[in-house]
Design a protein around this ligand. Structure first.
Ligand code: PLP
Length: 392
C-alpha cells in the first residue's frame, strides 16, 4: 500500500537531512532536497533480491539498466534515445563537473541562471572557470528568463551554459518556446548546453516537461542529465545518466569518466535505478497529487496568515522558494530565526546566489502532519515579531 502519510523515523541512519548537528531532537528539517517517503515496494524487493545473491564484486550497469531509462523517457516524454548515447554516472553533480572539466578550459566562461542550485556555481569556480551569472526576472511571485540579457551574456564568449530544467529552487517548468529559444541561442553562440533535468518527473498538473534535447539535432552540443534519485527518493543509491548525441562531445565526456574511474558504479544503485523506472510509475502518479496538496497547504497558509510573505508560484519539484523580505531579516539571521524560534530548518537563500538572502527554500517532500506542524511553529515565531515587523 502506498501511504505518503506514514511517518518513518530517519534519525540515526546517517541521514544528511535529519542527522546533521543543527537538527537537534526537536528540529524539523525541511532543507536538503530529499523526501521523507518510503520508496516504491518493488524497489525494496529488487534490492532484497540482489542482496540475497551474496556477492558484490565490481559490476557494470546492465543493458536492462539503460533499457529501463529508454523506456521511461519514451513513455513519459516521448523522447527516443539510443543506448550508445547514454553514459552512466554516480550522480548529476559529478556529471556536471566532468562536463566542465572535459569540455572547457581553465578561465573559460560558464553561465548559470540565478537563483539556482548552489553546486552549479561551485563546480565552475572550484575548477577555475569563470562564473557568469545571468539573473532570472522575478515579478509577481514568478520567475522568467530575460532573453535579451541572456543573449548579451552568451555572446561574450561563453563556452558552456548549465541549465536547470525544471528549475531548482524556483519551481519553473520551462515552456516549449522558452526551451527552443535557449537552444537557438546556444547554437548561435556555439555554447555547450548542460541540461540538468534531475527534477523532470515531478511536474504538476497543467504543465509539461520537455527534455530540451528533444528539439535538438545530432550536431547540437547538449548533455542531458537525469536520474530517478529525486523522483523516487533513492539519492543515496547514487545512480544517474547523461545523454549525449553529439559524437565528438560524447567521446570527450566519456574519456573524462574513464580517466577518473567514474564509469563503474554501485551495483545496488543499478538495481534501484532500473527498478524505479520499471515499476515506479504508479507510485509517482500518487506522489504528484500529494505534493500538489502540500504546495497548496503552504501557499494558502502564507496567503491567509502573512500575505506579505510571498511563495513563488510552483509548477513542479518538491521545493518552494519563499520570499521573506518583509520580515526584516536576511541570510543566516533569517534562517537562524526559524531554526531557533520555530525549530524548523529551511534552506538558506544565499546558497542559490549571493543576492537571495531574503529567501528560504522550503522542502515539501514530507508528510502533511510535518508540514502542518512546521507551519504552526513558524506562525508562532513570526507573531513574536509583532510591532517590529511592518505586516502587522
Ligand atoms: C538541480 C539539481 N541537480 C543535481 C542535484 C544533485 O544530484 P546528485 O545527487 O545526483 O549529484 C540536485 C539535488 O538537489 C539538484 O537539485
Amino acid at each position: 500500500m502506498i501511504d505518503f502519510d506514514k511517518k518513518v523515523n530517519r534519525k540515526n541512519t546517517n541521514c544528511f537531512k535529519w542527522d546533521i548537528p543543527e537538527v537537534k531532537q526537536d528540529v524539523i528539517p525541511l532543507w536538503v532536497a530529499d523526501m521523507d517517503f518510503e520508496v516504491p515496494k518493488e524497489i525494496i524487493d529488487d534490492l532484497h533480491k540482489r542482496i540475497d545473491h551474496g556477492i558484490f564484486g565490481y559490476s557494470f550497469p546492465p543493458d536492462s539498466y539503460f533499457q529501463a531509462f529508454i523506456d521511461w523517457q519514451k513513455k513519459r516524454n516521448n523522447w527516443i534515445i539510443n543506448k550508445e548515447n547514454i553514459v552512466y554516472s554516480s550522480g548529476v553533480v559529478p556529471a556536471i563537473i566532468m562536463a566542465i572539466t572535459s569540455l572547457t578550459k581553465i578561465n573559460d566562461k560558464v553561465l548559470i541562471q540565478t537563483p539556482v542550485y548552489g553546486p552549479f556555481a561551485s563546480a565552475i569556480k572550484d575548477h577555475n572557470r569563470e562564473l557568469v551569472e545571468n539573473e532570472l526576472i522575478y515579478e509577481n511571485n514568478y520567475y522568467q528568463i530575460d532573453f535579451k540579457n541572456l543573449e548579451e551574456d552568451l555572446s561574450k564568449n561563453v563556452k558552456m551554459m548549465i541549465f536547470c530544467s525544471p528549475h531548482n529552487p524556483i519551481g519553473r517548468v520551462w515552456k516549449k518556446e522558452e526551451l527552443e529559444k535557449i537552444l537557438s541561442l546556444c547554437r548561435k553562440y556555439d555554447v555547450i548546453l548542460v541540461s540538468d533535468e534531475i527534477h523532470s518527473d515531478i511536474i504538476f498538473s497543467g504543465y509539461h516537461h520537455y527534455p530540451i534535447a528533444k528539439f535538438a539535432n545530432l550536431e547540437d552540443k547538449i548533455i542531458t542529465l537525469m536520474s530517478p534519485s529525486k523522483t523516487f527518493n533513492i539519492a543515496g543509491l547514487r545512480s544517474s545518466v547523461a545523454v549525449v548525441n553529439n559524437e565528438k562531445i560524447l567521446r570527450k565526456y566519456k574519456a573524462e569518466f574513464f580517466k577518473y574511474d567514474g564509469h563503474l558504479g554501485n551495483l545496488l544503485g543499478y538495481t534501484g535505478f532500473e527498478s524505479a523506472y520499471k515499476y515506479g510509475e504508479k507510485w509517482l502518479n500518487r506522489l504528484i497529487p500529494y505534493l500538489e496538496e502540500n504546495v497548496k497547504l503552504v501557499t494558502d497558509f502564507f496567503e491567509k496568515e502573512f500575505p506579505k510573505i510571498e511563495v513563488t508560484k510552483s509548477e513542479g519539484t518538491f521545493l518552494l522558494w519563499i520570499n521573506f523580505e518583509n520580515l526584516g531579516l536576511t541570510g543566516t539571521d533569517l534562517q537562524d530565526f526559524f531554526l531557533n524560534e520555530a525549530k524548523v530548518l529551511l534552506d538558506l537563500g544565499t546558497k542559490y546566489g549571493e543576492k537571495y538572502g531574503n529567501f528560504l527554500r522550503f522542502n515539501i517532500g514530507t508528510n502533511k502532519e510535518i508540514i502542518e506542524e512546521s507551519l504552526c511553529r513558524m506562525k508562532k515565531a513570526i507573531q513574536t515579531l509583532e510591532g517590529k515587523w511592518q505586516v502587522f
